[in-house]
Design a protein around this ligand. Structure first.
Ligand code: ZN
Length: 271
């Protein structure tokens, strides 16, 4: 648990009452947050080393991704605003943390900064009105996408593999709870490539708000503790540019969301 620049080991400080494993902690999120709010600042005796932070949900059982969930992004691609959520998946083995070195897998690897919802207790058939009870919090994510692989086969594209190369789902640096982020539908999010601002959006541009998405998804699948929902990306991705622009080895992508933090991913050559 992080407070300011100090940390507290939840497993140790709770005397083993609460789990040290984040995925187990999400399953008992109400207990964790109740305990956390009772901890005084003096208990946070370790200093945060940002380089030691890994993905706040390192082994999510399921990873959902929204396509075209920002009006600005739907418009830049010329695909129109969808009337039902466009949902696909990233495979969990693609998850990594901040500061990762990610291999460039081809000539069309693209950036997409996204607000990522981390599921707490989850559930099946969750009504939109109850959605926030199922959520642990929010983190910053990059939905890294190899556009060539994403649109295979051309007549019937299956997005999952093109978004699931090793390291293509960096998340972090921390999980921020609702009281820390404020209104999740009014957050600025930005992305830089080698210091140049390429995406500058706001979650008030969402086509489908988060409670709607949780009801929609959980009417199909059971949402599990630690699951991730990548909620879509605003305009400014490489494939939407004229001419299109993609990542190369040596590039650095920095992503930031208000109230959560920032994260850098380094892109390296494929051996
Ligand atoms: Zn995306």
């Amino acid at each position: 648990m992080v407070r300011g620049t100090s940390t507290l080991d939840v497993g140790k400080a709770s005397g083993g009452q609460l789990p040290a494993d984040p995925t187990e902690a999400y399953a008992r999120w109400a207990d964790v947050t109740k305990w956390a709010s009772a901890q005084r600042d003096e208990a946070f005796t370790s200093t945060l080393d940002p380089d030691e932070l890994y993905a706040p949900s390192p082994a999510p059982p399921q990873v959902f991704v929204l396509g075209l969930n920002y009006r600005s992004h739907a418009e830049e691609l010329g695909w129109g605003v969808p009337d039902v959520p466009m949902v696909f998946t990233k495979f969990p083995s693609s998850v990594t943390g901040p500061g990762a070195e990610v291999e460039i897998t081809g000539p069309k690897v693209d950036w997409e900064v996204e607000l990522v919802v981390v599921i707490g207790k989850g559930g099946h058939h969750i009504a939109a009105a109850d959605a926030w009870d199922a959520v642990a919090g929010f983190t910053v994510g990059q939905d890294v996408s190899d556009r060539d692989v994403q649109i295979r086969p051309q007549d019937n594209p299956q997005h999952g593999l093109g978004k699931s190369f090793k390291g293509f789902s960096p998340i972090g640096p921390v999980l921020a709870t609702m009281d820390e982020v404020g209104d999740p539908h009014d957050l600025g999010l930005r992305c830089w490539v080698n210091g140049e601002l390429v995406q500058d959006g706001r979650t008030d541009d969402f086509v489908f708000p988060i409670p709607f998405l949780i009801e929609y998804l959980s009417n199909v699948v059971t949402l599990l503790p630690g699951d991730l929902i990548f909620t879509g990306t605003p305009s400014g991705v490489g494939i939407g540019r004229k001419p299109p622009r993609f990542l190369s080895p040596g590039d650095e992508v920095r992503s930031e969301i208000d109230g959560i933090g920032e994260m850098v991913t380094k892109f390296v050559p494929r051996p």
